[in-house]
Design a protein around this ligand. Structure first.
Ligand code: PMT
Length: 402
């Protein structure tokens, strides 16, 4: 069983009669060595006092965006980044609907939206609410967005009706979370090489040929891999964003494709490489030493020569144990062309995204991708999702590739 020891857990408690079980849940999580930060909704405070939960968790319970007594701001972003796990238990129909649709009118839902860790939701409500299409739709949407719903149990409910809707016992919640985490892909002990961002190909000391890659997809992959326990070397072109620094993250900044190739080759041992960078296919044949003066050249022709194909070259040099994942950026999705690219570059998996999909590709926080494996065992078109979620989906395919 995985160890909850040292895990940072945000526990969201909402307004259900089952809120009293949060006390035992905290006790079990703390006993397992986790650090627990409780976030309550206003309604939850009607069922159990913050004093009880803060005493058990050893941390002040957070309910509001700021402390009314001294104006201290409770940063949902910091909490979201801190959390390895975000558990909502008990979760009411109302909180689930708010989470599903991003209605961030309380600290709990705002934290959820800022969370990058795994999310577990344990619903508790009356049976008619539990089986209402609205609740079923919320749960389905939350699942689609990566959350794990810990199904409610059958039994006598607060209304004295018998049916499904009971919050599982805290021991059962912890058991299910541990079991789920056990199944989750772990990259502990794995070394990953990830390329990211654009490359800039110099024309003269002030001008370059580049592209619109922001580095967001590469950042999401690096951060997600770190979260899954990997050691990551990120070779990045001049990207707009970089991953949050981490002791298991090494960042090598480069400018051109030639530099990116050299940096990749300097990474002598890795088990998994992900080629996410948008590498310029051409470079300037004769970059100028001095700034080209407009007056000196009324018009200008730049000769371009091909850049090295980093992924293809690294693919030729890889050994049988190494897994290479590539991207394919197309203006129009043609799976035959994508497969051809996978072959040419010796990718084990290719992630295709197209510029014709709104919200996908360059610069956006979201992406819509199709995953294809070389051996044909994976062929999945994913819906539009956050790049963090796309990164998780990509990394979760690794056990199938090895
Ligand atoms: O950075 P973002 O703004 O978040 O945008 C993300 C992204 C759109 C850049 C990313 O999702 C993506 O699609 N990256 C690959 C872009 C690309 O160059 O695709 P391609 O089809 O031209 O190249 C195919 C593969 O070969 C890629 O894995 C690429 O990294 C690699 N390649 C390409 C050319 C080259 N000279 N060397 C390479 O290694």
């Amino acid at each position: 069983m995985p160890n909850l020891s040292g895990k940072h857990i945000v526990l969201g408690v909402t307004g259900s009669i089952a809120a009293y079980k949060a006390a035992s849940l905290i006790r079990l999580l703390v006993k397992a060595g986790a650090e627990v930060q409780v976030v309550m909704t206003a309604a939850a405070k009607e069922f159990i006092t913050p004093l009880t939960l803060s005493t058990l968790s050893g941390r002040p319970v957070l309910c509001d965006f700021f402390d009314h007594s001294d104006g201290t701001w409770h940063s949902h972003v910091e909490l979201g980044l801190w959390a390895d796990l975000f558990i909502v238990a008990p979760a009411t129909a109302s909180t689930m609907a708010k989470m599903a649709y991003g209605i961030a009118d309380n600290l709990l839902v705002t934290c959820y939206l800022a969370t990058r860790g795994r999310v577990y939701i344990a619903p508790a409500m009356d049976l008619d609410m539990y089986r209402h299409p609205s609740t079923i739709a919320s749960a389905a949407r939350l699942r689609e967005m990566g959350a794990t719903i810990l199904e409610a149990e059958e039994g006598e409910l607060a209304s004295h009706l018998i049916g499904k809707g009971r919050l599982p016992e805290p021991e059962e919640i912890v058991r299910r979370i541990e079991e789920d985490m056990d199944k989750a892909t772990t990259l502990t002990g794995k070394q990953l090489l990830i390329t990211s961002g654009p490359t800039y190909e110099r024309i003269d000391p002030v001008r370059f040929i580049g592209n619109y890659s922001s580095g967001r997809m590469g950042k999401a992959l690096a951060e997600q891999a770190i979260r899954m326990g990997a050691e990551v070397t990120l070779v990045t072109g001049p990207a707009q964003v970089l991953p949050t620094p981490h002791e298991r993250l090494r960042v090598i900044r480069v400018e051109s494709a030639d530099e990116m190739l050299e940096a990749c080759r300097s990474v002598t041992s890795y088990q998994i490489a992900i080629f996410c960078a948008a590498v310029a296919d051409y470079k300037v044949a004769h970059p100028e030493e001095q700034k080209v003066k407009r007056e000196s050249r009324p018009s200008m022709t730049i000769e371009l020569v091909p850049n090295p194909d980093i992924a293809a070259l690294m693919g030729k040099e890889k050994d049988k144990e190494q897994i290479h994942i590539g991207f394919a950026l197309e203006t129009h999705l043609d799976l035959e062309q994508v497969r051809d690219k996978m072959e040419r570059k010796s990718f084990d998996l290719i992630v295709a995204n197209t510029l014709e999909d709104e919200g996908a590709g360059f610069g956006t926080d979201t992406n819509r991708v199709t995953l294809l494996s070389r051996d044909g065992s994976i062929e999945r078109s994913l819906p539009l999702m956050d790049k963090e979620q796309v990164a998780l989906e990509i990394l979760n395919t690794l056990p199938q590739l090895s």
